[in-house]
Structure formats: C-alpha cells, structure tokens
Design a protein around this ligand. Structure first.
Ligand code: ADP
Length: 317
C-alpha cells in the first residue's frame, strides 16, 4: 500500500491520478421512480457530463487537487463535450484514449421528487480499458500522491493501476461502486475503501442498516485487506474504521434535493484533504461537507462544491 511516499512537496496541491469512467449522464426527473414493468410520464430530461471517474476527478480538482484522468471516450458527439468539460475543470486529459469502434459511456439517471435516484450505466468505451492501457501510462500513476479508482471500468485495468501504485508507494483509494458481490482480493490491497451502505453489504454479505451493522462490516472489510474503511451513510455521515479508531463522523445537516454524486464528491475530496492534512478523520469530515453540499443541489458535477464552499460549511457548524 502507498504509505511510504513522501507527500510534503505537494501538501498544498496533491497530485491525484483518477482511473475511471467518463460518461454522459441523461437525467430524467419524475414524481416517483417507476416500478419494474411500469411506464410513467416523467417531468423533464437533461444531459450532464458524468461517470464516476470523471465526477471524482472534478471533485478532487475543485477540492484543490492537481488531477490527471486515465480513461477512454468513444467516437461520437459526446466525446468532445466530455473532454472539453474535463479540461474546463483543469483536469489533465493526455491519458484519455479515444476508441473509434465504441460509443462513449452513458448513464441514465432517474431522480424522484425526494431526491432519491436509480441509475443504469452503459459502459461503452469505458469497458474497453485494459491492463495494458494502464501499464502504458504508468508514469502518471507513479508520479501521483494518490490513485483514485471505482468499479465502472474493467477490473483488470483497475488491478493493474493498483499494482503500479502500490509498487511506487502511491496511496490508493477505491470507491467500490457499482456494487460487486465478489471482489478479487487484490482489489482490496489498498489504503482506503469508501463504500456506501449497499456496497458494503454486497462486499461483506452482511446487512448494513444500522451504525452497528456498519461497524461490523467495516471490521470485515479491513480483514479483507483495506487498511482503512469509510462507509458513507447518507444523512447519518460516515463510519470511519482505521487501525486506531472507529468513529461515526456525523453528516452536516442540509436540505437534500438530489443525492446524485454525493459519494463521488466524498471520494474526490477525501483524497485531496487526506494528502493535505495527513489526518483521515479530518479528511472524512471535510468530505462529509462536500457530500452534503452536493446533495443540496441538483446534478452531478454541476452540484459539486469548491474548496472554499466546503471550508465555509465546515466553519459554520
Ligand atoms: P452515495 O452517493 O455513494 O450513496 P452517500 O449518499 O452515503 O453516498 O453520500 C456520501 C456522503 O455525502 C455521506 O457520507 C454524507 O456525508 C454526505 N451526504 C449524502 N447525503 C446527505 C444528506 N442527505 N445530508 C447530509 N449529508 C449527506
């Protein structure tokens, strides 16, 4: 795990490498999410740039990171918009591949009037990312302070990224979304795992409803390999389990309108703040503020807060 690399040179603006998906999100708003087999009339539709990799890259950049993304876009009109958007957020895109045979990734997100969502993702070009692709850009991982990965790109590519990072002493953070029922052990050879409740339940096979359930799942996930575990619990905050402490870091009270990308805001900002402060509990509190602010606005990347907005929510409570 990446605990040996000195990060003092980049304490102010940590170098973040994100290996992950880049998608166009089609957001459909409705009163109630449809049941299986049901057809409903929705209220509106909007396109946003998204994908868990891109979202977390944007969150990390806004939180104060110097971010590069490794990924793949397709051969369609979405690709240019997706790349322009990443560049607009000051994210290095030299390691984004363009696939001529595949469409860009697409996510169809339904949001009800209470802000609950359900999401379907079509991998498209994201599904073509291979271990060889990642090995061919290993320098960008070796040069980073932290590698941020999720599960919307092929597992072999993620495993290759984790191996390169571990060998170079670069910290690795995995957001295990979307949930996997069985996980290759090497995917948990990491410094921090940050699942939400349902992902923690899928990985452990245990129910995760109460905070006590989350503590028991976090202990299990640490036994499975991750050095530290932060289970995000929506408006209850985050259960942090490390070698030294098990703490419920409370959420910031806000009016939630759309929780889309709250977990992505959490992952991107926890990475930056952990590198900046060296203190994981402090980083989780900062990331809780980022998640709360994201849940208080509509959209994915569009709802993500800047470093100053996160700081000012933090100071106000
Ligand atoms: P995911 O989007 O992956 O399901 P969560 O919903 O658990 O992740 O959100 C991530 C973090 O964002 C939470 O740990 C919490 O700190 C913050 N958050 C999310 N929803 C709310 C909310 N309704 N009120 C306050 N904070 C929230």
């Amino acid at each position: 795990m990446g605990t040996n690399k000195s990060t003092s040179h980049s304490a102010v603006r940590p170098k973040v490498a994100v290996l992950g998906s880049i998608n166009m999100d089609l957001v459909v708003r409705c009163d109630e999410l449809p049941e299986p087999g049901q057809t409903i009339m929705a209220n509106s539709s909007t396109e946003f740039c998204g994908g868990k990799g891109a979202n977390q890259a944007v969150a990390a950049s806004l939180a104060g990171g110097d971010v590069n993304i490794i990924g793949a876009v397709g051969n369609d009109a979405f690709a240019k918009r997706l790349m322009d958007n990443l560049r607009h957020h000051s994210i290095g895109c030299n390691h984004v591949l363009q696939r001529s045979e595949h469409p860009s990734g697409l996510a169809i997100i339904s949001v009800d009037q209470r802000g609950q969502n359900s999401i379907m993702v079509v991998a498209g070009s994201n599904g073509t990312l291979s271990a060889g692709d990642v090995q061919s850009v290993e320098a960008i991982i070796q040069d980073a302070d932290v590698l941020l990965v999720q599960l919307e790109t092929p597992v072999d590519a993620i495993l290759a990224g984790i191996k390169i990072a571990n060998q170079a002493g670069v910290k690795v953070i995995l957001d295990p979304a979307p949930a996997l029922k069985s996980i290759p052990p090497d995917l948990l050879n990491i410094d921090l795992l940050c699942p939400n409740e349902s992902e923690a339940a899928a990985l452990t096979g245990q129910k995760v409803a109460s905070v006590d359930d989350a503590i028991s799942a976090a202990i299990r996930l640490q036994q499975m390999g991750s050095q530290n575990v932060a289970i995000t619990l929506g408006d209850r905050g985050t259960l942090l389990h490390t070698c030294d402490e098990t703490t419920l870091v409370p959420a910031f009270e806000i009016d939630a309108v759309d929780t889309t990308a709250a977990g992505d805001a959490f992952a991107g900002s926890v990475a930056v703040r952990w590198l900046q402060t060296g203190n994981l509990q402090n980083a989780v509190r900062f990331a809780n503020a980022a998640g709360a602010l994201t849940a208080s606005k509509h959209g994915a990347q569009a709802s993500m807060p800047s470093h100053n907005e996160i700081e000012s929510l933090w100071r106000s409570r």
